[in-house]
Write a protein that binds this ligand. Structure first.
Ligand SMILES: *Cc1c(COP(=O)(O)O)cnc(C)c1O
Length: 400
């Protein structure tokens, strides 16, 4: 899965160019930097790679979501719909705008269930955020059709699916904005970092302004101090060192995806022999970035037994239903409505709780993820690990 597996001379060379220039900041320092604009070049290369018209680099995938929501004008009192199986960042960004996250079920695609989305839309819904989990497309065309019917913009959280496509088109280019993460475990990494892409130049301008204290970045005689600020922003800037690493990593992305696909295929072959096994429903298997391999057993009891066998064999799988980061029933801080604000805003207003999240609200999500077992697919799989996985899965097939 992670780009850190393939760090090499290319990243070092890029970073050294930044250190030698002495310019770490993405704006200004024109004389000192010469023609070197690493973040800007990374944005241009990223837009080209995905086929989007514009890309805005930021300092995390969480920030990318926040910047995208701000660009779309989300604020207090709004509702934003996402899914109950995602990384906490998706709904943290919604809350950080003062908006309220509303959660849909997932379906056999392990992504947003369009039928449940339809039920969760209210007059307060301002944005819908489907998440392309684990390298494969959500039912984005169905979701967009629903969203368009209601006039609601879509942000695609593509943090886990860089390099993934649907019918040849890069994920993140379907909705109004696509957001990406470059954190330490993502398909390519800059340590920390994020990216927003869009084809809408007005949205691009708002993202550009918002992520840098509202600066309009237009040339003027006063330089940075003379720039106008059409609205109040924040600081989510990426630095040149990250842009440099991003350029080297992006050049490796297709190779990473190809290696993962081969490694995933070997796992799938071994798991096929398990009686009653099922696999994730995919919109377009050829567009899978193959960062994860997931298989499902017919019920929780069998999934538990399989997990125990695999653990004993030294190849414990990930169980999302036991994971505290990605699984709605385990988000205790959300369920209890605790924010950093002493008054627990926006969950409480004037000392009264306005929103309560029922831990049992997403039974379909629970029923699916309790039966699922997942492996991260590495870029480089050692022969020992490959053999151990094969042996573990074969043992499950024999004993289950
Ligand atoms: C990693 C991730 C994020 C957040 O990215 P950071 O760069 O860690 O802030 C957002 N959404 C999903 C689905 C993720 O997996």
């Amino acid at each position: 899965m992670p780009g850190f597996e393939v760090f090499g001379e290319e990243e070092k060379r890029e970073v050294m160019q930044v250190l030698e220039s002495g310019v770490l900041f993405r704006y200004g320092f024109e004389e000192q930097r010469g023609e070197q604009w690493k973040v800007r070049q990374f944005e241009e290369a990223f837009a080209r790679y995905t086929g989007a018209a514009h890309a805005q680099a930021v300092n995390s995938g969480t920030a990318a979501l926040k910047v995208a929501l701000a660009a779309l004008g989300v604020g207090a009192g709004d509702e934003v719909i996402t899914q109950g199986y995602t990384f906490v960042a998706t709904w943290e960004a919604i809350l950080d705008c003062g908006a309220i996250p509303v959660f849909t079920e997932i379906d056999a695609s392990l992504n947003m269930d369009p039928a449940d989305l339809e039920k969760k839309i209210t007059p307060q819904t301002r944005v819908i955020i489907p998440v392309h989990m684990m390298g494969a497309a959500a039912k984005i065309e169905e979701i967009l059709a629903i969203a368009n019917r209601h006039g609601i913009p879509v942000i695609e959280d593509t943090a886990q699916s860089m390099g993934a496509r649907l019918n040849g088109r890069h994920l993140g280019t379907f909705g109004a904005i696509g957001t990406f993460s470059l954190d330490s475990v993502k398909t390519i990494t800059t340590g920390e970092g994020g990216m927003c892409i869009t084809n809408d130049s007005a949205l691009m301008q708002r993202m550009d302004n918002y992520h840098d204290h509202g600066h309009d970045h237009l040339p003027n005689p006063g330089g940075r101090g003379g720039e106008k600020r059409p609205f109040i922003g924040f600081n989510f800037r990426m630095m040149e060192l990250q842009g440099a690493i991003g350029l080297a990593q992006l050049a490796k992305l297709d190779g990473i995806v190809a290696a993962q696909r081969a490694n995933k295929e070997a796992l799938r072959e071994a798991a096929k022999a398990i009686p009653g096994v099922g696999f994730r429903e995919m919109q377009d298997p050829s567009g899978d970035s193959a960062t994860f391999f997931t298989f499902m057993l017919p019920d929780k009891a069998r999934a538990d037994r399989a997990a125990a066998i695999l653990k004993a064999a030294g190849v414990a799988p990930t169980r999302w239903s036991e994971n505290t980061w990605h699984y709605y029933p385990n988000w205790e801080h959300l369920l209890q409505g605790h924010t950093a604000a002493a008054n627990d805003w926006p969950f409480s207003v004037g000392g009264k709780r306005r929103y309560l999240y029922d831990p049992k609200a997403l039974p379909q999500t629970v029923a699916i993820l309790e039966r699922a077992l997942t492996y991260q697919v590495p870029v480089r799989m050692s022969a020992e690990r490959s053999q151990a996985l094969h042996d573990g899965l074969t043992q499950v097939a024999r004993t289950l």
